[in-house]
Ligand binder design. Structure first.
Ligand SMILES: NC(=O)c1ccc[n+]([C@@H]2O[C@H](COP(=O)([O-])OP(=O)(O)OC[C@H]3O[C@@H](n4cnc5c(N)ncnc54)[C@H](O)[C@@H]3O)[C@@H](O)[C@H]2O)c1
Length: 308
């Protein structure tokens, strides 16, 4: 059992905290946000839910980062969300400034913590946070896309979702790449069972559905909330599930985060990238190059803004 800090208690932060704490994965939870009273009132809500389940997790809601101490895992969801029509990358500068502030304040109080980034653009925010904090940081990356992919194929081909396997990799969002060599239905390659369902239709769904949910519901919560809880679960219980999350690698001298299927347990790794066929590996290499190009542009712009 571990101490987990939830940095940001908005829509997705609440959903992740609720499912992680109610799953009994946490011995102590710290809820932090800048909105006055929000963490404290959410603390009461969670305590009531925990009382009903008979779970005695210690929960502390706070508006002070000074109370975020000695956490084993720190999940960051604080920042601006996307509005309808906005891309995740539009959020870069505003959210990166918040990450730099956290990068200065969180590590001295939380030695050895594992950081899990959720704030968008999530892979770039993980790279920014790790660059400035020097702390090991993972991004929830494409595990969310991976589950969107499996759910859509299961629905369209009318098969139980646990009969669909496969991963999405690359950068979270519009540039994610479906790793088609990994996609199987009842153990058979996608092409053999597709029955008129095209790869294009599946890819379109994976990339467009979050925007559609944001347009109508104001944000994505329940899907990513559960998927991110399962990432935490695999780490805390050392389940060793293979998940498509983004871990740090160095490219052209910068830390970059790109998702590939990787074993997620008490330790993160090994990655299954080397076992993928050449075509998928090439698409991942291209994703790293594209990520770096856009990230570097944004980072240089950010560094200029900070100097002024
Ligand atoms: N990675 C994913 O799969 C995924 C899924 C959903 C949302 N997100 C991202 O998560 C972020 C939050 O989304 P949301 O829908 O919960 O938004 P939200 O507006 O509901 O919540 C954001 C919270 O962050 C808080 N906050 C902002 N600046 C802060 C600061 N400096 N210190 C502390 N708290 C601060 C706000 O007060 C608010 O409560 C967005 O960037 C969104 O795009 C990522």
């Amino acid at each position: 059992m571990v101490k987990v800090a939830f940095i940001g208690i908005g829509k997705i932060g609440q959903t992740i905290a609720y499912s992680t704490i109610l799953d009994g994965l946490v011995s102590e939870a710290i809820l932090y946000d800048i909105i006055p009273e929000l963490p404290e009132k959410f603390e009461h809500e969670l305590r009531h839910a925990l009382a009903s389940r008979g779970i005695s997790t210690e929960v502390i809601g706070t508006n002070s980062l000074d109370d975020v101490n000695n956490a084993d895992i720190i999940i960051i969801t604080a920042g601006k969300p996307r509005k309808a029509g906005m891309s995740r990358r539009d959020l870069f500068v505003d959210n990166a400034k918040i990450m730099i502030d956290f990068a200065n304040k969180l590590p001295p109080r939380n030695p050895g913590a594992l950081y899990i980034m959720v704030t968008n653009p999530v892979d770039m925010m993980a790279s920014v946070f790790m660059r400035f904090s020097k702390q090991y940081t993972i991004s929830t990356g494409d595990q969310v896309e991976t589950m969107r992919l499996r759910s859509y194929i299961a629905k369209r081909l009318k098969v139980p979702v646990n009969r669909v396997t496969g991963y999405v990799g690359g950068e979270h969002g519009e540039d994610a790449v479906v790793l088609w060599s990994t996609v199987k239905v009842n153990g058979k390659p996608f092409e053999e069972v597709a029955k008129g369902l095209t790869k294009e239709e599946v890819e379109n769904y994976v990339k467009s559905i979050p925007g559609e949910i944001i347009r109508v519901m104001g944000g994505t919560t329940w899907g990513p909330g559960t998927i991110i809880k399962d990432i935490v679960r695999s780490i805390v219980l050392n389940e060793g599930r293979v998940m498509s999350i983004a871990t740090p690698r160095v490219y052209e001298g910068e830390i970059v985060h790109i998702s590939v299927p990787i074993v997620v347990g008490a330790d993160i790794g090994p990655s299954l990238e080397a076992a993928l066929p050449e075509a998928d590996r090439q698409r991942l290499n291209k994703a790293v190059e594209d990520f770096y190009r856009v990230y570097k542009e944004n980072l240089d712009h950010l560094l200029q803004t900070i100097k002024q």
